[in-house]
Design a protein around this ligand. Structure first.
Ligand code: ZN
Ligand code: ZN
Ligand code: ZN
Length: 326
């Protein structure tokens, strides 16, 4: 496999066949009796039966070993798939899905997400660590067993780069965080807010790309998901996320969820070098959830312009009206 950069859009594309692991995928690889044979990357709790367990992805897109070998091919750039790719098994139970977890159980999963981001950021080769979850067959879920994934990459994904640039420009002009401004405006208008718990907000963004798109954010500024502000209560975040996911289950059979946190400041090389100075003030972590409501999502066409027939104000009102506890 190799990574090639589109010189025009600056996107990195992974090309080539995935190396398939030896084991048959007919059986769930995350059943306790199978998974406990190998050493975990992280196991929670550290002692006794595990509740959340992190293992290497059986068919990783990125590998820790190997030379990044960034090569020029004429005007083009390519490199080897250096990085890390892990699976976070969210529960030993094959049947349980994240929305059905208790608030404490969701909080543990959030803690493990943060712990893996913080640990992988210790490696200065990695520029970015992504945590994401594909729920449902239509979202490209690889196994039905509740899990999320972590990737560490030696590049910053394009969407994050867009966000960093926009946040940096906003801060340069106004000396304020664009995300904090965004939450304040939504608080004032109220109509796109789905749910609130303590200082955490769930809202349908103004320019929602797909029906029922939801962002979960902390109204207090912090660029690092993996490093909660002193005094912030992640159990509130867990409770809110659980309610949002239970609402979304009633309107969409599948979703993508991604945690957006600041890139790794240990890696100072490359295209983002100029942006680090105000990063702590201009970026702000958030969770984006993109439900998939149609058989095949038609909204993202080749033109790369989203078409969404559901106004976020209507989507938020609909989600607010759904009972997350039934
Ligand atoms: Zn299973
Ligand atoms: Zn902020
Ligand atoms: Zn984002």
């Amino acid at each position: 496999m190799e990574l090639r950069k589109d010189p025009i859009t600056q996107s990195w594309i992974i090309l080539g066949q995935r190396e398939v692991g030896g084991e048959s995928l007919a059986e769930c690889p995350f059943e306790p009796e199978r998974i406990e044979k190998s050493k975990p990357i992280l196991s929670w709790p550290a002692e006794g039966p595990w509740q959340v367990r992190v293992v290497p992805h059986p068919e990783p897109l990125y590998r820790v070993e190997g030379d990044p070998g960034r090569l020029a091919e004429g005007m083009y750039d390519k490199m080897g798939p250096l990085g890390a790719h892990e699976v976070i098994v969210e529960t030993p139970s094959h049947e349980k899905r994240l929305p059905q977890f208790s608030d404490e159980e969701i909080e543990r999963v959030l803690w493990v997400w943060g712990a893996r981001i913080a640990d992988l950021k210790k490696d200065s080769r990695f520029k970015y660590v992504s945590v994401f979850k594909n729920q449902g067959v239509m979202a490209g879920e690889e196994w039905p067993h509740a899990h999320s994934e972590v990737t560490a990459t030696i590049f910053v994904p394009r969407r994050i780069k867009y966000e960093l640039h926009a946040a940096h420009d906003w801060f340069r002009d106004k000396e304020r965080c664009i995300f904090c401004d965004f939450v304040k405006q939504e608080e004032k208008q109220g109509k796109r807010i789905v749910d609130v718990q303590g200082d955490y907000y769930a809202l349908c963004p103004y320019a929602s790309r797909v029906p029922y798109e939801v962002w979960v954010m902390h109204r207090r500024h912090n660029q690092l998901f993996e490093q909660p502000r002193p005094g912030s209560n992640r159990k509130q975040l867990a409770a809110l996320l659980g309610r949002v996911l239970r609402r979304l289950e009633k309107v969409a059979p599948a979703y993508h969820l991604v945690v957006h946190t600041a890139p790794n400041t240990k890696s100072k090389k490359g295209e983002l070098a100029g942006y680090w100075k105000t990063l702590a003030e201009d970026y702000h972590w958030h969770i984006e959830i993109m439900p998939i409501v149609e058989k095949r999502s038609k909204s993202y066409s080749i033109k790369e312009v989203y078409f969404n027939a559901e106004l976020p104000e209507q989507a938020a009102a609909h989600l607010r009206a759904l009972d997350p506890n039934s």
